[in-house]
Design a protein around this ligand. Structure first.
Ligand code: ATP
Ligand code: MG
Length: 264
């Protein structure tokens, strides 16, 4: 297989606004990317194109060896696992956690078929175990905490054995312990050679799980830098992305950043 994502000058416009500005980006099968950028930078829009929800206004978006605009998106979308706030809102609050996950095998939200086979049920159960939420299987989605919901959504995104996993701010709304637990879980996933190519959107370098390989920095719809984490996460690139001088550190595979103080 060629690249999982191959974007050439992908531009998305809405009226006068340019949401993505000539983004060229390639994601290979064994890569795990983090996409960083301030509010409004275009991160969610980028994932909407990558998940075949939004077509570029100009440029070419190659996804899983298909070209968006020349392919039936209803065949492409089931090959992609996605978690996002917009998707989470569509999950019925009264849905049983097990069903939230198992229903993804048919790409639907809300259980609609009664004849999922044993393999589907076993897979849903093992994913809930892998994500550390097997004890919640009989609860309804609406009764879960934010962190628990995030884990169930990731299990759901993995249910159909996707070739591409897209996670839009999975750590948003989590407390410190919840974030650290999720970073560990994503790190285990990232280091598993059987995991799909993964793109994780975040605002914080602290949320980059060990095992992630690449970073794309976005500002005002344009790519500031893209490539291997160590090459991209420089103080100059972060300053250009977030519009302020930042100090960045890496320790034990984890990153941290803060505003640069005057006395250095
Ligand atoms: N239909 C639209 N018309 C005009 N502007 C839009 C439209 N949809 C999104 N935008 C703008 O496009 C920009 C990029 O939005 P996007 O949601 O991709 O940003 P983001 O990087 O995900 O931000 P956040 O970190 O806040 O989630 C924002 O400024 C947003 O207001
Ligand atoms: Mg967003």
């Amino acid at each position: 297989m060629g690249a999982v994502l191959e974007f050439a000058d992908v531009t998305v416009r809405r009226g006068e606004a340019t949401l993505l500005d000539e983004v060229s980006w390639t994601v290979e099968e064994d890569e795990r990317w983090v996409v960083l950028g301030p509010n409004g930078a275009g991160k969610t829009t980028l994932l909407q194109v990558a998940s075949a929800q939004v077509h570029p206004t100009s440029g070419v978006a190659g996804i899983l060896d298909e070209v968006l605009g020349t392919v039936d998106v209803f065949e492409l979308r089931p090959r992609i696992g996605l978690t996002s706030a917009a998707l989470a809102e569509r999950i019925p609050r009264g849905e049983r956690v097990h069903d939230v996950v198992v229903s993804a095998s048919y790409g639907v939200v809300g259980r609609w078929r009664e004849d999922y086979d044993t393999l589907d049920h076993d897979r849903a159960a093992s994913l809930l175990t892998e994500l550390g939420v097997s004890s919640l299987t009989d609860r309804t989605f609406g009764t879960l905490s934010e962190g628990e919901r995030k884990r169930v959504q990731i299990a759901r995104a993995l249910m159909a054995d996707p070739e591409l996993l897209l996670l839009d701010e999975p750590a948003a709304g989590l407390d410190l312990g919840g974030r650290e637990d999720l970073v560990s879980t994503l790190s285990v996933l990232a280091m598993d050679a059987d995991s799909p190519a993964t793109v994780l959107v975040s605002h914080h370098v602290e949320e980059i799980p060990p095992g992630f390989s690449h970073a794309l920095l976005l500002r005002q719809g344009a790519v500031v830098a893209a490539g291997l984490l160590d090459d991209v996460l420089t103080e100059a690139n972060l300053a250009a992305t977030f519009g302020m001088p930042l100090t960045i550190r890496q320790e034990d595979g984890r990153w941290s950043a803060r505003r640069q103080t005057r006395h250095r």
